[in-house]
Design a protein around this ligand. Sequence first.
Ligand code: HEC
Ligand SMILES: [Cu+2]
Length: 430
Amino acid sequence: MAFMFRRRAWMSTTLLVALAVLAGACSTDYPNSTFNHTTDFNAANDAVWDRLLFWGTIVFVGVEAALLYVILRFRRGSAARETKPVHGDTKLEILWTAIPAVILVFIAIPTVRTIFMTQAKAAPDALQVEVVGHQWWWEFRYPELGITTANELYLPKGRTVNFALTTVDVLHSFWIPQLGGKRDLITNKTNYLWFTPNADIATDALNGFCAEYCGSSHANMKFRVYTVEPAEFERWAAHQARPAVFPVAPAVPAVPSGAGVTLQTASTAPAASDSSAPAAPVAPQLEPYWFPKEQLPSHVIPTTKLPVGLTFDESALAAGDPERGRELYSRSSCIGCHAIAGNPMSMSKVGPNLTHVATRHTIASGLYQNDAKHLALWIKNAPAMKPGSLMPTLGVGEKDPVRKTVMSAAMGGLTDAQIADIVAYLQALK
Ligand code: HEC
Ligand SMILES: [Cu+2]
């Protein structure tokens, strides 16, 4: 009776697990799948994988069939229990050496071919992107375009991109499951990785990860990748290459309005010609582009919980003033670590480049949404927001979670009102 019951429980559990696996397989939303043919790189890898699966399945079915046959045919009580020894059967030994060897050849040829293809040098006209790993964030530079940014990568569809991968500290690994990777970032060595996003893939936001354990916030070392139309990429790049636009008040161009399309009016001003304008040629500026917030898919929107006990006076945020913030930022510790092109006080390269920080959707390498509240909490106590973060605790009265020291005004600590001003400044850096 007890046995019957246990067998039933066992069977229903098995059935339940099988159903759950089946139901799980029905989902069509795989935001981090490596099996989509979105680039030449992952199409080639997937072809190798399919080949392995094909031969692996044949071997599996063959071996299992032979096993079942032997179990049934030579079971206890059957007539065929006496077996004939096969030791020294040359024919048989040649056969079971040759068959696996042939299968290995079928696997080895496409594998080696794919290795050679993906390890080759990228085409010379590829878009160059330097990827620098930091504990625990990503620096992205487009050397030909004069852009330095962090944690958010823009890639034009249909063009080969060649990543030069290095690290300033420990080993990291660059991985965008939907597009390609992984490849290691190694100290004192440049590794390369290239692929071409297909021209017909969707304009999309994808996840990227660090895939090599690199310390306490390794799991928090993520990034975002936006696959965009070539024209959008050009607009993005032209904008990112310019210094920060600050103050936000409309610039007074030497050229009367209309002829010189300034950044602030680029979206509204038509390229109308003004006959009274001097002949000074003004390069037409492209309308700035960054991936529209409303189109972000849910899998790139961070949902990280805030640390317990870290709060911010929300009414102070509303009172933040960008001009006061710029002034304060420019004489605070921030300038010892960050660069903002257009702010001559801020030229350091320890932390992420903040020139166009307000055009990014996340902060702290994909950990939090880039909004006033998260920026404020981040500045107040970054190590509490991200374990091990190399940006120090800066809020007055805040405790450094590792050193246990408490920040004071005398040490350069910032009050909520001061942080609110700096946040207003950062949010103006479009
Ligand atoms: C000792 C160096 C240091 C100082 C001082 C410092 N930061 Fe940072 N900051 C960093 C580092 C390093 C990071 C990246 C941390 C991470 O993501 O793990 C960072 C990240 C940031 C980010 C997020 C950027 C992004 O794109 O993810 C902002 C915003 C920021 N800092 C603003 C400030 C401001 C404002 C100040 C001054 C009040 C300041 N920082 C002072 C080193 C510093
Ligand atoms: Cu890492």
